[in-house]
Every structure is written in structure tokens, then in C-alpha cells.
Unconditional design. Structure first.
Length: 129
């Protein structure tokens, strides 16, 4: 066996090897950097008529800005109540009653990165009467 003990750590999809001498000397390993591609803004479903509710799913490992949309009223984003993955937030939004059918962008910032998701406002369904 070598004079160094090594361990592999997988965190957020990134494999990092941490090695420390087998002697009892003090050694500090810097924290793992966030994995690339771990930030997102998702809306589900990706379309809806005025008055419809949609779900938002946001992940950000940096400072998260406000989520904005010209056609959605965005509710509060909340994390897991047990504190797991505090960088992963969920919320709901409602399509504004006066939203015109068409394709729109939902945006936010995560640090210096802009996150976007497309959303399509559909016409209200008219019931036959």
C-alpha cells in the first residue's frame, strides 16, 4: 500500500479525488466547487390558458434573483421543509387573466448567469353552449 491514503468523492455529478498523507499531520481540503450545469429554471406544464396554475422548479448554487415573467404571477419559492438541498426551490405561478396567447420567457439570475424557460399562453377554451 502507498504512503498516501486516497478517497474518491462524488458530489453533484463531479468526481473528486482527495488524498491525504497517512501520517497524522493536519491537512485541510478546500470545499468542492459546484458542478457545472446544476442550475436550472423549469416550468411545468410549459403552456397554459389564462387562470391556469403552473409549477416552477428552480435550482441555483449561487445568489438567486427574482423569477420574472410578463404573463405569470409568481408565488413564493420554497425549499424542502427539512432543509435538504437548500439550493433547490419549488413554487407555483398563475397565468395572468389578461395574458395574450403567445410564447414568452420566464427568467431569473443565478449569480452572473441568466436562467430562462419558455412558456406558451394558450387561448381560453370556449365551451359549446
Amino acid at each position: 500500500m502507498s504512503a498516501r491514503a486516497c478517497a474518491a468523492i462524488i458530489s453533484l455529478g463531479v468526481l473528486t479525488a482527495a488524498c491525504s498523507p497517512s501520517t497524522s499531520s493536519s491537512h485541510t481540503t478546500p470545499p468542492l466547487a459546484p458542478a457545472l450545469g446544476m442550475s436550472w429554471l423549469r416550468v411545468s406544464p410549459g403552456q397554459g390558458a389564462p387562470g391556469a396554475a403552473v409549477a416552477l422548479d428552480v435550482a441555483c448554487l449561487d445568489n438567486l434573483g427574482a423569477v420574472r415573467s410578463p404573463v405569470l404571477d409568481i408565488g413564493e419559492l420554497k425549499g424542502n421543509p427539512d432543509g435538504h438541498q437548500p439550493w433547490h426551490l419549488f413554487g407555483t405561478a398563475t397565468v395572468r387573466p389578461n395574458a395574450t396567447p403567445g410564447r414568452y420567457q420566464i427568467t431569473t439570475t443565478c449569480g452572473q448567469t441568466t436562467l430562462t424557460a419558455a412558456f406558451t399562453v394558450t387561448p381560453l377554451a370556449h365551451s359549446a353552449g
